[in-house]
Design a binder for this molecule. Structure first.
Ligand code: UD1
Length: 414
């Protein structure tokens, strides 16, 4: 059954624990390849992107055992053959394997990466940075072939702070000869998390989480045990859900310090927030306020991954709001679906103008990508009547069990 049905219109009441972070665990799974032994990863989210990544790792010869939220990865028998195309072709994060495969095996072949249909998403920054470290890369009709027998540290400045390119450079530099200095590196918390994991494996990294990362290559990395941090995007999704549907929710295991820009937007919308330990109580007295502008930006700015959920919440907020998307083009696909529910959204290039309506009405809509799908759940929970959200599989890429979470927060889901 590739859909979910939501009966919207009632205020929320309930609590949820935030799952482990998707964008942290994917590069960490890649890093685990670099250890010729066993790595244990805890709090691993049970999402389809992780399942696909594990299939790819198995295709490269890893043995993997899952015990609840714990993953035990044995990469001793890793080989550099082809990744199974079914998976690597659909998940962009497979590009994340490149740095690690080159570091451990000196060669790699990757079917062209896919992922969510948002923008063109080229990989030129990854390739250029890896070339600077001695990699030779060929684009073949079916995929990307790479050889790097002796990776060397280099001074690299990224033209744009790409998250994935930063991660690939760090992954290869961890085992390269000499020192790599990466300037204009992405500062997303998931990069800090990857560097912390690599440091537990014996890597020597300074400046993780800042725009200049310095990596001194080491000869070998060893196994470790690591707990994945909670997912800031999932936490932000449920915060925006509460702003849209109203009511009171308690979120547990929230990475507050990573959510500054999101909490600021929620304050503008009139949501009240009270934190205690790592829990957040959020309640929304009356209709949310719109009438402001939000720009997506690299961290610590407002995350592009929460742009669609914010758009959904603004559809029912009082006033006209503007969202300017600076990271990905074509990330407004969901506006048309929101329109089927009665939303008033005008798109011009990378700018969306959203005039809040008093109420949305339930409709049959299609999740066209991961975060857009989550946005439709938000709109459906705020709408009067029943909505059917088709193509649930996109949502399952990043939300462990959104049906369970929505129910726990008081949404009626069928
Ligand atoms: C990661 C996240 C994704 C998030 C994004 C931005 C993972 C698995 N995914 O994606 O959820 O939305 O960061 O925070 O962590 N670009 C190029 N050339 C490149 C690489 C990127 O032009 O070689 C462009 C992209 O097209 C895009 C922008 O740079 O416009 C940002 O991309 P990047 O930061 O690399 O995002 P991802 O790592 O793909």
């Amino acid at each position: 059954m590739d859909y979910l049905e939501i009966e919207g219109g009632s205020p929320l009441c309930g609590e949820v624990r935030i799952q482990g972070s998707k964008n942290a665990v994917l590069p960490i799974l890649s890093a685990a390849l670099q250890c010729p032994g066993t790595t244990v990863i805890d709090n691993c989210p049970d999402i389809s992107d992780v399942a696909s990544m594990l299939e790819i790792l198995k295709g490269y010869g890893c043995r993997i055992c899952r015990e609840g939220t714990r993953l035990i990865i044995d990469a001793e028998t890793l080989h550099s053959g082809r990744a199974p195309e079914d998976y690597a072709g659909v998940m962009r994060s497979s590009i994340m394997l490149l740095g690690s495969l080159l570091a451990r095996m000196g060669e790699a072949f990757l079917p062209y990466p896919g992922g969510c249909v948002i923008g063109k998403r080229p990989i030129d920054l990854h390739l250029e940075a890896l070339r600077r470290m001695g990699a030779e890369l060929w684009e073949e009709p079916e995929g990307l072939r790479a050889v790097c027998r002796c990776p060397k540290g280099a001074h690299i400045r990224l033209p744009f702070p790409s998250v994935g390119a930063t991660e690939n450079v760090v992954l290869l530099a961890a085992r390269a000869e000499g020192v790599t200095v990466l300037e204009n590196a992405a500062r997303e918390p998931e990069i800090l998390e990857l560097c912390r994991f690599l440091a537990c494996m014996g890597a020597d990294i300074e400046g993780a989480g800042t725009d200049t990362v310095r990596i001194r290559g080491v000869k070998e990395l060893h196994g470790t045990e690591y707990r994945i941090m909670p997912d800031r995007i999932v936490a932000g999704t449920y915060m925006l859900l509460a702003a849209a549907a109203g009511g009171k929710v308690l979120l547990r295991e929230v990475p507050f310090h990573q959510l500054g820009a999101v909490r600021q937007v929620l304050r503008q919308m009139g949501a009240r927030q009270e934190s205690s330990g790592d829990s957040l109580l959020l309640w929304c007295p009356g209709r949310s306020r719109g009438g402001f502008r939000t720009d997506t930006a690299p961290y610590p700015g407002f995350p592009t991954d929460l742009q669609s959920p914010l758009m959904a919440a603004l559809c029912v907020a009082d006033g006209t709001s503007v969202i300017q998307e600076h990271i990905f083009e074509a990330r407004f696909k969901i506006a048309e679906e929101l329109g089927r529910m009665g939303a008033d959204i005008r798109i011009r290039d990378d700018r969306a103008c959203i005039t809040g309506v008093k109420r949305l009405t339930g409709a049959q809509v299609e999740a066209k990508e991961l975060r857009g799908g989550a946005a439709l759940c938000i709109a459906a929970a705020a709408a009067e009547g029943k909505s059917r959200i088709c193509q649930y599989h996109y949502i399952a890429r990043g939300y462990e069990n959104i049906i369970r979470d929505l129910k726990d927060l008081g949404v009626v889901v069928h």
